[in-house]
Design a protein around this ligand. Structure first.
Ligand SMILES: [Zn+2]
Length: 289
């Protein structure tokens, strides 16, 4: 059975139960853009097998960002080109091995596969934006500002009205804030909404979960903006009370925000802790695209 779903002309998604991950494939006349490579070499080989249902053309790969569930299958795709923002390659070089060890410790059942999967950063890097030519159609790779990480790249398929958003948008679960810049994230999603408006109605394929529309993105922007605003507003009072900028957000705030959003505590705790650190100036200067 063909596990792919064609969501627009020659634009496919494949959803995997593992981490509810959504992988993209955009087919051109000369090559196929594969968006993200999954968590291990074993998983990536399964993806390569699946891709034969889509096309036999050569691949070109995009890493939307450096989190291991999006990049640790890279080596299975070599020798093809792998594209990513400069920050993606830097993150993988600086932190990839340590992160791989951390995840292996957290997921003993997957540890052998993880540790057998090389950290293989993108070899084709760019700052801010780049256009890939697939033969008869183009895909625009765009960095719109910090959000889920400091190097999230979207892939726009203009002739199909589809945007692959990586983990800047997440469906089925709250977004993940472990490496996030919560104070910048709403503006970054605002730029994504502008792109969608300029293109007319569009579909947004998230890094995890089902394809969503503009209204979903706008609602998620609102949720993240609520957390960012709470962090920004609370920081002066927390500073006066001796709170460490890098410390964990106070549990009463976490509980309030989690109740308001209807989210579990963990992502709220990460979001507020990172947001407070950012409000305190502890996460570097914002990048303006
Ligand atoms: Zn991620």
């Amino acid at each position: 059975m063909n596990p792919w779903r064609e969501i627009a002309d020659r634009v496919f998604i494949r959803r995997f139960a593992f981490f509810d991950q959504t992988i993209g494939a955009v087919v051109g006349r000369e090559r196929v853009l594969v968006i993200d490579t999954r968590s291990t070499l074993v998983q990536a080989r399964e993806l390569l097998d699946d891709l034969r249902h889509v096309s036999r053309l050569p691949h070109v790969v995009l890493n939307t960002h450096a989190h291991l569930d999006h990049v640790l299958g890279n080596a299975a795709f070599r020798p093809c080109e792998i594209w990513g923002e400069d920050g993606c390659a830097r993150f993988m070089r600086d932190l990839g091995l340590a992160r791989r060890a951390d995840v292996a410790a957290e997921m003993p059942g997957l540890a052998d596969d993880l540790l057998a999967s090389p950290v293989d950063p993108p070899d084709r890097t760019f700052a801010r934006e780049r256009t890939l030519d697939l033969g008869d159609r183009r895909v625009d790779l765009r960095f719109l500002g910090r959000g889920h990480t400091d190097h999230d790249v979207l892939a726009l398929v203009p002739d199909a009205g589809v945007v692959f958003a990586g983990d800047l948008v997440e469906e089925g679960a709250p977004p993940s804030f472990g490496d996030a810049f919560p104070l910048d994230w709403p503006a970054t999603l605002g730029h994504l909404l502008d792109l969608l408006d300029a293109a007319g109605e569009g579909q947004v394929a998230p890094g995890h979960g089902e394809v969503v529309d503009r209204d979903f993105v706008a609602a998620q922007l609102g949720e993240i903006a609520f957390l960012a605003e709470m962090a920004r507003r609370q920081w002066p009072e927390l500073r006066a009370a001796g709170h460490e900028p890098a410390g964990q957000a106070p549990e009463d705030l976490v509980a309030d925000a989690a109740r308001h959003l209807g989210w579990p505590a963990a992502p709220v705790r990460d979001a507020l802790s990172r947001g407070i650190a950012q409000a305190a100036g502890g996460l570097g200067v914002p990048t303006v695209p």
